[in-house]
Design a protein around this ligand. Structure first.
Ligand code: HEC
Length: 209
């Protein structure tokens, strides 16, 4: 028995030593290299010729159309005038009218996209900020008087275009999802007893852009 152990032990030692021979440089013969190594095409790097021929592999929506189930596009510009005007834009989803199911979905979207900074409780103490990894203080959405006074339109504007160190969420969240999250924030503020932010006077004529 001992002998067998001794033999297998030394055999595995030899195998281990042999296998430490360093990297093998010879890659062997490639039969039909064209098939083994495909050409490095850069996808979408030059679609100019195709575009001219009106062939679009990345299909773009026809101008002026809206995807089924999606809301009309937001038209205010990403500048200070647009920011000022956004205060007059109304949320097409009234937080008071949202069904429990819609609110649950909005809360889910909030936790996924915003909670990491603004906190699970909307108090601005998200784990990314409290860890010290993120330099700017996210707004306390539920306690900051500025946030209580901020209209849903302005919130939407900032979430759509980003604000200082906060990035834009236009590519991660659809228009409807963004409005849904804003409605959720306002509903949470109302739960805490905050009065609804009054839209500035002179609203209606400039409102629905
Ligand atoms: C990476 C961190 C981060 C994430 C994620 C984030 N925010 Fe922010 N947010 C900030 C910071 C920082 C500010 C303060 C910006 C400033 O005014 O300098 C801010 C400001 C805001 C404001 C105030 C905007 C204004 O006009 O003053 C709102 C509203 C807001 N966030 C909502 C959201 C919502 C809704 C989401 C999720 C869709 C979100 N944020 C995700 C960091 C974040």
């Amino acid at each position: 028995m001992k002998k067998v152990l001794y033999i297998t032990g030394s055999l595995s030692l030899v195998i281990a030593l042999v296998s430490c021979g360093g990297p093998r440089k010879d890659e062997g013969r490639a039969y039909m290299p064209d098939m083994a190594y495909s050409r490095a095409y850069e996808t979408y790097s030059s679609t100019e010729a195709l575009d001219k021929a009106n062939i679009h592999y990345v299909a773009r929506p026809v101008e002026g159309t809206i995807a089924r189930g999606e809301m009309p596009a937001y038209t205010l510009k990403n500048d200070s005038a647009g920011y000022a005007q956004s205060a007059f834009v109304k949320n097409p989803l009234d937080s008071a009218d949202l069904t429990a199911e819609q609110l649950t979905e909005a809360a889910r979207l909030y936790q996924i996209n915003c909670g990491i900074c603004h906190g699970a409780k909307l108090d601005g103490n998200g784990p990314l900020y409290t860890s010290g990894a993120y330099p700017a203080a996210p707004r306390n959405l539920i306690g900051d008087p500025l946030m209580l006074a901020m209209t849903e339109g302005t919130m939407f504007h900032s979430v759509t275009y980003g604000k200082n160190l906060m990035g834009s969420y236009a590519s991660q969240l659809s228009t409807k999802q963004r409005w849904q999250i804003i409605a959720f924030i306002k509903a949470e503020q109302a739960k805490k007893g905050a009065p609804a932010a009054a839209a500035p006077a002179a609203a209606d004529s400039t409102a629905k852009k």
